[in-house]
Ligand binder design. Structure first.
Ligand code: AMP
Ligand code: MG
Length: 404
């Protein structure tokens, strides 16, 4: 049996960041920049008002008081998006809105709150120092400056600066496209009636959602019956569409383990046992002329999920061009006892309590237990060599709550 870390190492060796692609800005959210981005112009790109008010000569209004306001002639009115052709000279003012370019001559803005708001003439009750309420060109970003570096994940805040410096397109590592193929003759679509002995295909929904949450574009294929030809056709059909194929089911020791049977003869896929619980039977390798990576996950839903977290999610993050591949780990007090096989690393589903402690899933740790999985937001890691955890003991926990 291979250790979890050794197996993850093998999977990660087989994938790399996807080749850079120029995407429209609107499609780049969640992608990683493949090149530095520099500003072609400064930010702000012109001196502009930070308030609604009046562009004035500060010397004109220096003596203004509420008792003795100073009156100026309003010679123009500039909303944002327009530019005044007037020059502010002594005794005059231009009414100006936030973001509008400063008119020539003026050296300060008096906020409207300090005035009577007049449009022909304005009475100013309090002055403004030279430079007041002006956002200077380039005070944020100078032209030619690098605003984001290669490797940056494009989230909401990064979108803003990319748009501000006029990036209509950005060079990014695209989201991996992932085909999720579920296998099993017992599987029916959710919403369809169940005959005795059949179950609904939950894994493909679980895995597609997990892939998307990990930043990939994933889609369902199947479910495919346990038939070698049908499965091979399904795989071949996906080879040209995706960057990674995930399968669920059919990799254990039984008969009708289609995935294992087919992929042992086609492509180069290794099937092996990993020292973990749940999720011992695993497979990974490459298929087709283009050597598309494939990861074959076990069929039990909890095994599938725990395997996804351990092996697929880090692979997706690497393909996205990210460097932090693993979820954050923490330590927490475990509220009830757990047991674990000595030779394996156990991943127990658990829930964080408001106190910060973790409570193992009440319905047990069976690899078919979906209720416990649904309420879990943590995986307790019980290392190899440890066979029990007592209530109150501190354990290592993988935190499933964030998206890192
Ligand atoms: P297998 O790995 O194909 O032997 O499947 C192991 C267990 O997982 C069996 O109980 C299957 O019925 C179940 N299983 C396999 N695939 C799925 C799936 N897509 N959704 C839910 N359960 C599954
Ligand atoms: Mg099966």
């Amino acid at each position: 049996m291979l250790s979890v870390d050794a197996y993850r190492g093998r999977i990660l060796e087989g994938v790399r960041e996807l080749a850079p692609l120029e995407l429209p800005l609107s499609s780049s959210h969640g992608c990683v920049l493949a090149a530095d981005v520099t500003a072609p112009w400064p930010l702000p790109s012109f001196d502009n008002s930070s308030m609604d008010g009046y562009a004035v000569l500060s010397a004109d209004v220096a003596a203004a008081t509420p008792e003795d306001p100073i009156e100026l002639a309003v010679i123009d009115d500039v909303p944002a998006g327009y530019r005044s052709t007037e020059v502010v000279r002594p005794g005059t003012a231009v009414r100006i809105m936030t973001g509008a370019p400063m008119p020539d001559g003026a050296d300060a803005v008096v906020p409207v709150e300090r005035t009577d708001g007049g449009t022909e003439t304005v009475r100013i009750r309090q002055g403004a120092d030279a430079g007041a309420f002006i956002r200077r060109a380039a005070e944020d970003v100078v032209a030619g400056e690098t605003v984001l570096t290669k490797g940056t994940l494009i989230g909401a805040r990064q979108m803003a600066i990319l748009a501000a410096v006029g990036c209509g397109h950005v060079l990014v590592h695209p989201r991996p496209r992932i085909a999720v193929i579920s296998t099993g003759s017992e599987l029916v679509e959710p919403g369809q009636p169940l005959r005795h002995g059949l179950i609904t295909d939950s894994n493909s929904y679980l895995l597609v959602a997990a892939c998307r949450e990990a930043g990939a574009d994933a889609y369902r294929v199947g479910p495919i019956v346990d038939d070698n030809r049908a499965f091979l056709a399904a795989v071949e059909d996906q080879l040209h569409r995706c960057d990674l194929i995930l399968t669920s089911g059919g990799v254990s020791m039984g008969a009708y383990d289609t995935v294992k049977e087919v992929l042992s003869t086609v492509g180069s896929v290794d099937f092996l046992k990993v020292a973990m619980n749940p999720g011992m039977p695993q497979g990974h390798g490459f298929v087709g002329e283009d050597e598309v990576p494939i990861i074959t996950l076990p069929g039990n839903p909890v095994s599938s999920y725990v395997s996804f977290e351990n092996f697929v999610r880090p692979a997706i993050r690497r393909m996205r061009g990210l460097v932090d591949l693993m979820r954050p780990e923490t330590t927490a007090v475990c509220t009830s006892p757990l047991t674990s096989p000595a030779e394996k690393r156990q991943f127990a589903r658990a829930t964080f309590l408001p106190s910060g402690a973790v409570s193992p899933a009440g319905t047990g740790q069976g690899s078919h237990v979906l209720g416990g999985l649904a309420s879990a937001d943590a995986l307790i890691v019980i290392p190899e060599g440890v066979t029990s955890v007592a209530a109150g003991e501190t354990v290592t926990v993988i935190d499933l709550r964030g998206d890192r």
